[in-house]
Design a protein around this ligand. Structure first.
Ligand code: ADP
Ligand code: MG
Length: 248
């Protein structure tokens, strides 16, 4: 079970006293303040919170797309903030799959070519790449759309291609930033079904940012970002105490 204090040991994701500040001119914005979180392999966590509460910032820190102002993010025993450049990029390609609200597919590439992109950085042979891409597109139900370009797909289908791209290199962790935010309920539900399957059947550790309480209910644990730290949401699923106040 996810824990919000700093007492856990050996979780897949261990976040300790995480601070993130941004500077905008003279102004300093304290986005995350002494945030603690432990997440076990295979857990499915939903992050909720108002716009500007730091949900994207937190996902970016877990995925090594941004560096903490203070504190630590350890994943599988490795301190992410200590990595940089090629080491960080290599670590990310092994461990992290990103899924964004706006899909971020490359318009001049087919579904197959978009999904294949992350594999071009690996040493896989062409037939191996083809097998992985075909498997990923089959998993999201798009085996019949491999030659289509993004503009020839619906929003829901584009997001399924983006999921296939996120999982093609078999990452440990999936970071999903409002993946259904731009979709109607039916297409959104399909996306959530796939994400749920990746958690339950494939053992992926999933972090889902969403505004939608119905979507959040798919997760094992719902956490709220509040004043730069995390609060437990679902009273019927108790998970340890309120986040510690970090001394400052
Ligand atoms: P959310 O995803 O919950 O809407 P964000 O993590 O995107 O929130 O942003 C949290 C706060 O940090 C906001 O006030 C935002 O304006 C600010 N912020 C985010 N990224 C940057 C940045 N690169 N530079 C300056 N301020 C930023
Ligand atoms: Mg955001």
């Amino acid at each position: 079970m996810a824990r919000l204090d700093s007492g856990g040991k050996g979780a897949l994701v261990e976040i300790r006293n995480l601070d993130k500040k941004y500077h905008r001119g003279e102004e300093e914005i304290d986005v995350l303040r002494g945030l603690n979180l432990d997440v076990e392999k295979g857990e499915f966590i939903a992050f909720m919170g108002p716009s500007g509460s730091g949900k994207t910032t937190l996902l970016n820190l877990i995925g090594g797309l941004d560096a903490p102002s203070a504190g630590s993010v350890r994943i599988a025993g490795e301190e992410i903030s200590a990595l940089s450049g090629r080491k960080l990029a290599a670590w990310r390609s092994r461990h992290i799959g990103f899924i964004f609200q706006m899909y971020n597919l490359i318009p001049v590439l087919t579904a197959f070519q978009n999904v294949q992109l992350p594999l071009l950085l690996t040493g896989l042979s062409k037939p191996e790449r083809r097998r992985h891409v075909d498997d990923a597109l089959a998993l999201v139900g798009l085996s019949d759309r491999t030659r289509h370009y993004p503009r020839q797909l619906s929003g829901g289908q584009e997001q399924r291609v983006a999921i296939a791209r996120a999982i093609v290199a078999d990452p440990t962790i999936l970071l999903c930033d409002e993946p259904t935010g731009d979709l109607d309920r039916a297409s959104g539900d399909e996306i959530l079904n796939i994400i749920g399957k990746l958690s339950k059947e494939f053992g992926k550790t999933v972090f889902l940012v969403t505004h939608d309480p119905v979507a959040a209910k798919r997760a094992d644990t719902i956490l709220h970002l509040d004043k730069g730290t995390l609060l437990e949401y679902a009273a019927e699923k108790p998970i340890a105490s309120k986040a510690e106040e970090s001394p400052r």
